[in-house]
Each structure stands twice: as structure tokens, then as C-alpha cells.
Design a protein around this ligand. Sequence first.
Ligand SMILES: [Zn+2]
Length: 493
Amino acid sequence: MEEPAPAPADEAAVLWSVAEEAITVEVVRDHIGWLASDEMRGRDTPSPELELAAEYLVDELAALGLEPAGDEGSFIQRWTFESAPLDRQESHAYVQINGDRRDWRYEHEYFALPGPPGPAEGTPVYAPDPASAMEGLPPQAQGAPLVVGLPDGLGPDFGMAIQAAMQAGASGVVLLMDEETDASATFQLAAALEGGAAAQMPLPIIGLAHEAGQELLESVGVEPEGGRDPPAPVQVLENVILSFQSVFGEESAEVPNVVARLPGADPELAREYVVLTAHYDHVGVGPPDDRGDSIYSGADDNASGTAAVLEVARAFSQLPEPPARSILFLWVSGEEKGLLGSAYFAENPTVPLENIVANLNLDMVSRNAPDTVHAVGEEYSTIGELVYQVARDHPELGLVVAPDPEPEEQAFLRSDHFSFVEKGIPALMLTTWLHDDYHLPSDTPDRTDPDKAARVARLAFLLAHRLATQVEPPEWTEAGERLLRDLEQMGPP
Ligand SMILES: [Zn+2]
């Protein structure tokens, strides 16, 4: 593989001065502040606030003089978000112990899996975990709800719990979720399930947030999970009646991606594109945290990346001459519902897919140590080698590029660049990684580091410029080729 030729010194100086002057901390801070303000109510897909955020981007892009690259000469590409929201009127979930009824609150205390509505009702049988349920359930399980502990969450054991319930002829399953599943996790699971994130289940199933599940066990005198070893045995919960019904509706909404183009300068290479992406949606409004805040602001996730890509666009628009290749700026919605907006774009690209040579995705770029940015996927393509080199060439950035800190989190499969990877396009994600406020109401602008986000934007600008200038497009490495083969074998998700 050839080393890319270093840019001449004066050109590098011009690029740096554009990066520094066009991309300012103040403007990045303003974008994050507005996009993650309470008025924007967490930019859910779909929501009026998502539309407002799209309008904000469009106004900025028009002012920068970039070309619209969405539908019909506009900056907007619409796609259909189909969801199956729970019908709150027709649905319920409660437990009655010695005649006292306690209703569980949807999205706060329980989530429902898509499947037959039920109702599932009766005196339940309890099993502390899926393995003990598989070993055998009493005859009373026939036609009754099965309450089963899931100490490892919705992992591989989950299927075993369903199988045990089916074999015993249970009428439904109540999953007692693990410690990780608090109110905000329950809210996000419910939203993901309404967005079509799971297959249809063969019988009615709900998941109880950890606290609600433990409270249920305590109130019927069963030692909660982890309370003793071995755990409480499989048993019929006498004097208890449990009932739940989950009716899902159907809804569809046309939601916006935002797309702009900077045409390249080279007559040949201008038909090729480097695509910069950031998702501008977040998860909306949900259960309040300890401070009573119910707006999941998504300042770092991903107002920061949205702002950074906008400022990269500003820098490109201020160059004395555009790079050889064209640049496409793409802000997608529906990321939090399962990378839906970017998947739609990859299926329905507004420029020829085969002309897209690289994708650079920015997701969560304003937190943690001020000097470190992670290049997720650096081992899979030659973009990795290039990002290290750009950072070395520009110590003024004040950034150290580091690899994926926790490969087991599978971040390379978890943001919008993956929609391009699935199409065989080399991609890299720049991120400053997860933090304690991830997907919580506390991911607010005051906890972001706009200075860092601005520096990541400058790095992205310099890197995108190189990708758009060097004659050879980036390539997959051997590890990348292997990943593509593995993905192919796995088949469509
Ligand atoms: Zn997120």
C-alpha cells in the first residue's frame, strides 16, 4: 500500500487556517445549546421538534451556499417511519395480591413485546431463571402466566424462558428484568419495541423493570434473586392474580434526513463522494431522573456530532478551492430507532451509491478527557492509517487519536456508518465514547465540551479533505475484508 503524498506545506497552512477560523468553539456551543435545549424535547423520531431541528440545519446550509442534495432539489430526504405504538386504552398490566391491585406503568415499570395481545391472566407460576423453568414446571403452569427471572437480561437465556412457557402451555410470560433495567432503560426498550425492533413473539410477553419485579417477589414472600443460594424454587404464587394485555396499533410518519453537497473541483473525481454523517435525532421525553428532569436532551448524543458536521460544512464552504472529490453532508434521523434514517439513505441514496468512496461518521464527540478521540473501525480500512497521520501532522488540534477502547461494545455495528459498511463502503466513526449520562436526561449541554467538539470537527474536516483529495480512494484492510465476509454470512439483521 502506498503512503499518501504529504500535502505541500503552504496548502497545509491554508487548510489549517480555514479549519481554525471557520470552526469556532462559540458556534459549536450555540448549536449544541439550541439542539439540546428543553424546547427541542429530545428530538424524538418522529416529533415536531425533529422537524424544527431539520429546519435549523436547512437554514444554516442555505446560508453557507451549499447545494441541496435531498428530494426534488431540496435539502430534505423523507423516509417512512413505521411504528406500532401500544394502545394505552386497550392495554393493561397489573398484579393483585390478596385482593389488593397494583397497576404497573407502561414505559416506566414495564415494556411489552410484540405478539398476541392476550390477556394472560391467572395465578402465576414463578421460576427464578430460564434454566429452572426448563427443568420442569408444575401442572398449574398450564393456562397461567409464567413469571421468570432473567438475571442476565435479554440475552440468550431469554429464548429458553419462552420455550419453557410454550412447553408448559403457559398463557403468557412476565420477565423479571436484571439490575440494568431501570426506568429509563425500560422506557428505551419500550420505544425500540414499538419501533419494530423485535420479531413477533408466540405468546403475550411483558418485561418488568428490576425494581417492580423485586417488589413483586418481596410482596409475595419470595426471596428476591441473589438473596440466597440456591435461589427460591419454582413455585405457584398462591393468593396472587396477575393480568396483562398488550394491544399494538399502527402508525407511520414521513420523517426528514437532511442532505447537502459541495461539488468537487476535479472534472473526473468530482463524481465521487466522501460522505460525512451525524444523526440529529435522540430519544425524546421519558421517565424523570432523580432531579425530576424528563427531557432526554441528547447534547452529546448527538447534538455534538450534528454541530460538528455543520461546522465541517462551513469550513469546506470557505475553502478558496474545493477538493477534487465532492463532499456530501448527511444528517440522519431514526438512529435511535435502529439506524433507520441512514439505512434508508443507503438503500435510496441521492447520489450513485457506487460513487461513494468513504463515510466518516461523528457520533458523540464532546465528552471525556479533553485530548482523546476514538477512531472506531480504524483497523478495517486505510481511513484508519490516514486519521492517525492527520492527527500527527496537526499537533495544533490538541487531539490524540486512539483505537476503539472497548471492542466488546461492538460500536462499529452501532452507529450510522454501519449502513455504509453494509454496502461495502469503507467507513470510520469518530467518537469521544460513552459516559455516565449516556441516554439519560442528564446528557445536557452544560456537560459537553464544545472546545473538544470543535477540535474533533477540525480533525474531521482535515481528514475528509484528504480523502477527497488523494488520488486513490480508501480501501478495506485484511481485517476489514474479513469483517465483510462475516457480516455476509450472518445475513440481513
Ligand atoms: Zn444514542
